[in-house]
Design a protein around this ligand. Structure first.
Ligand code: DHB
Length: 392
């Protein structure tokens, strides 16, 4: 079997790459060891930057029909920063003339999967024994399909969009890796309850960070900072609500509307970058090349931004038969990656409590938050990062 581009990883990054290349007349084959059902039921983040929404709506992911992200998603004009028991609204529309959309990553995946299926995409989910070979010569991707048949796909280029446990990233010879670990994680829940707030609440408290997010009118998403070794099964509904209510309580009397907890899990937390993002005929995109901590919801947006640049550069490189043009991808993508790394790190360290930093750092953190919300420049800086920087 031959194709022009083999895509390893069929999450949003891999599918968007396949979709954009298809639109440019370039054939792809997509493989993923997970099943479609597994991906559709793994809860991920929920906030899309303006340009991520644009990429979905302006590239025919929905065809000519109603744009699901616009009809099913919720436009959010800002966020609340909450600390010292009081909320401060940051109005992104006023500050930067921009907004974000609450639209879960699982829905983005579903939309892209439908688009690729509609357009006759060659997609293989639930495969095993994936091998990626000879990425500096004549690349081949081998795998065992869900029906047990063995396949070999020869390609001109391999896109490694295989997520935070990427096997493709190890094939980049001479790579460099940068890490930052954090002494905490997030406890994430879905609950059956009406919205407690129309927009997200990023909350800093003496007992740690909490985030109030939404999903639908009747299902909500919330998170709170926890120990990375926390076992979700140790947390009854009552204990979860006590923890969340305690962190969000304040002199304004704010209270969460409680309901049955229908999903609970502990989310990993780290910063990671690998460079370069190209080696021979292999290019990395999304979490395969970088991971951000979840604060600020940059992971999916960054992956889509990678792929937008990658598709542009790859189409050009294939047309001119000059793969060295792919180096431009690493340079352009990394400029945004490090901005997002800083933004996610900054939002994290500004809002979480690190064990052993009581005292000076607590009070300094409050000083930072007070200066941010009382400064037009400070608030604008956050709004620019949150809604997303322009793509070069
Ligand atoms: C969500 C997740 C985030 O990490 C974030 O910063 C905002 C929202 C979410 O899942 O809704």
């Amino acid at each position: 079997h031959r194709t022009r581009v083999a895509v390893v990883g069929g999450g949003p990054a891999g599918l968007m790459a396949s979709h954009l290349l298809h639109r440019a007349g370039i054939d792809t084959v997509v493989v993923d060891h997970r099943t479609v059902h597994e991906i559709e039921t793994t809860h991920r983040a929920g906030i899309l930057e303006t340009d991520s929404v644009r990429l979905l709506t302006q590239t025919g992911v929905y065809g000519d029909g109603p744009q699901r992200v616009l009809t099913e998603g919720d436009r959010h004009g800002g966020i609340h920063l909450r600390f010292d028991g009081a909320s401060h609204h940051l109005d992104f529309e006023r500050l930067v003339g921009n907004s974000v959309w609450l639209y879960p990553q699982t829905e983005v995946f579903t939309d892209l999967h439908r688009a690729r299926t509609r357009d006759g995409g060659d997609l293989h989910y639930g495969v095993s024994e994936v091998g990626v070979h000879d990425v500096t010569g004549s690349p081949r991707v081998t795998f065992t399909a869900a029906d047990g048949s063995r396949h070999e796909v020869r390609a001109e280029v391999v896109v490694g969009a295989d997520g935070s446990r990427s096997v493709c990233r190890d094939l980049v010879a001479g790579h460099r890796r940068w890490f930052r670990e954090y002494p905490f994680a997030w406890f994430g829940i879905l609950c059956e309850a009406p919205k407690s707030s129309p927009e997200l609440v990023y909350n800093r408290s003496e007992t740690g960070f909490a985030l109030v997010s939404q999903r639908t009118e009747s299902v909500q998403r919330m998170y709170f900072q926890c120990d990375p070794a926390e076992n979700p099964d140790d947390w009854s509904d009552a204990r979860i609500w006590d923890e969340l209510q305690g962190r969000l309580a304040g002199r304004d009397g704010f209270e969460l509307i409680e309901g049955p907890v229908i999903s609970r899990s502990v989310l990993p937390f780290r910063s990671f970058v690998q460079t370069p993002m190209r080696h021979g005929r292999l290019v990395l995109a999304g979490d395969a090349a970088h991971t951000v901590p979840p604060t600020g919801a940059k992971g999916l947006n960054l992956a889509l931004a990678d792929v937008r640049v990658l598709a542009e550069v790859l189409v050009d490189a294939l047309a001119k038969d000059d793969l060295d043009l792919l180096d431009e991808y690493t340079d352009r993508a990394l400029a945004r990656v490090w901005k997002a790394q800083h933004f996610s790190y900054w939002m994290t360290t500004m809002l979480h409590r690190s064990p052993g930093t009581e005292g000076f750092d607590d009070l300094r953190q409050l000083g930072e938050l007070h200066s941010l919300v009382s400064s037009e420049a400070g608030s604008t800086y956050l709004a620019e990062g949150y809604t997303g920087w322009p793509t070069r």
